[in-house]
Design a protein around this ligand. Structure first.
Ligand code: V47
Length: 362
């Protein structure tokens, strides 16, 4: 492979010999016009970490309610109480969705919700407790740092106490949502009511200290600058150096439909560049996930050659991105995920939520 931009090869060498990128090098990656060179270098680094392996999990997303007190400008999922299209699931309904998933082989339940104006912390706690009791073998990945912050406020408990209670009830790990861009300017414009970025990081740090692994995300393609993306990635990298508790980083491509943010969605090339640059800047996170729900099947598949090593999972019934105009399906079969990975020239590994290999296929 011809890499036109030789500086990319120097950056790769630096990483392979144990170095890390400076802020300027990070910005450089986003601005290089050698798009294929960037992808090649990111793929080389990903293969240095994981060989040809590409991971996925059989899982299901459950969103107990879309009522939310935050009303972030970029979110098409959130509804005010009483607004058309709003819903709240009973414990029985949640259990039923979980049951369907588990009977189809799900090993992970991914549960995130709105910040309901009336539900007490106990309701969210009971969701975890019930599901763990009924499906003890299933991994419960639940509640973003933003929800944890909300639970702490409504219960009067500290973040640590909230996390300990959830862990006791059966929470196994936490998803990476709510990070958006870890920056005051962007948050003031897009989500002024949301947990601030310092606190978002503190909550993940607290979770890591309690032995709870988490993921992290970056919502891109709205009003953020390249510099703000790089700064976001470096903030995550620095926390990872202290705790090692992040398992995967998921760049989330902004979908503007039905939101208050008027922008053109990112293009495929922009999505792939973001995956590649993230892989190299945030070098100490084990996996970069190509979330096919947001990227679409095609770009997610190609991303497996641009630095991503995980496709998330079967998902089933995704609501957040579909409310904002996603045209990807609501779920993918295991068969389809295997085909996407194999056709990308990678070897599929079905994983559990902690990246233990459950099944190797080739
Ligand atoms: O926090 C909201 C984002 C996130 C839009 O941890 C939007 O394994 C695009 O975090 N367009 C939720 N994105 C999704 C998420 C996630 C998904 C899959 C796996 C994991 C994991 C985490 O979706 C929100 C927000 O950042 N979001 N609105 C929108 N219009």
């Amino acid at each position: 492979m011809m890499v036109k931009d030789k500086r990319l090869l120097e950056i790769l060498e630096k990483l392979l010999s144990g170095g890390e990128l400076t802020f300027e090098e990070g910005v450089y990656l986003f601005n290089t016009d050698d798009f294929l060179g960037l992808g090649y270098v990111a793929n080389r680094y990903a293969e240095h970490l994981h060989g040809k392996k590409a991971y996925f999990v059989v899982n299901r997303h459950i969103n107990p309610t879309n009522y939310c007190v935050n009303a972030c400008a970029f979110c098409a999922f959130s509804k005010r109480k009483g607004e058309e299209g709003g819903y709240e699931l009973s414990l029985e309904e949640i259990e039923e969705k979980a049951y369907q998933a588990v009977s189809e082989g799900a090993r992970e339940l991914h549960i995130v919700s709105g910040l309901h104006p009336e539900w007490p912390f106990d309701y969210y706690l009971e969701i975890v407790r019930r599901l763990k009791k009924r499906f003890p073998e299933v991994h419960i990945k639940a509640y973003t740092a933003v929800e944890i912050d909300h639970f702490s406020k409504i219960s009067g408990l500290s973040v640590r106490e909230v996390l300990m209670k959830l862990k006791e009830a059966g929470l196994d790990s936490m998803p990476g949502g709510g990070a958006e861009i870890l920056n005051d300017r962007v948050r003031a414009l897009l989500c002024p009511k949301k947990t601030g970025w310092h606190r978002w990081l503190e909550i993940h740090e607290e979770a890591h200290k309690l032995g709870i692994k988490t993921n992290c995300t970056m919502l891109y393609g709205h009003i953020e600058s390249v510099e703000e993306r790089v700064d976001h990635l470096i903030k995550l990298r620095e926390l990872q150096k202290r705790t090692g508790g992040f398992q995967a980083f998921i760049p989330l491509s902004f979908h503007p439909e039905n939101t208050k943010v008027r922008v053109e969605p990112a293009t495929g090339v922009e999505d792939l560049k973001t995956i590649s640059a993230s892989r190299l800047i945030f070098h100490n996170v084990p996996h970069v996930k190509a979330y096919w729900i947001m990227l679409g099947e095609g770009i997610a598949q190609v991303a497996l050659n641009f630095g991503a090593t995980d496709l998330e999972g079967t998902v089933y019934e995704e609501r957040i991105t579909h409310a904002a105009g996603a045209t990807s399906p609501q779920g993918l079969s295991k068969k389809r995920l295997l085909k996407l990975i194999r056709d990308a020239g990678k070897t599929p590994f079905e994983r559990d939520a902690l990246y233990n290999v459950v099944r190797e296929y080739d």
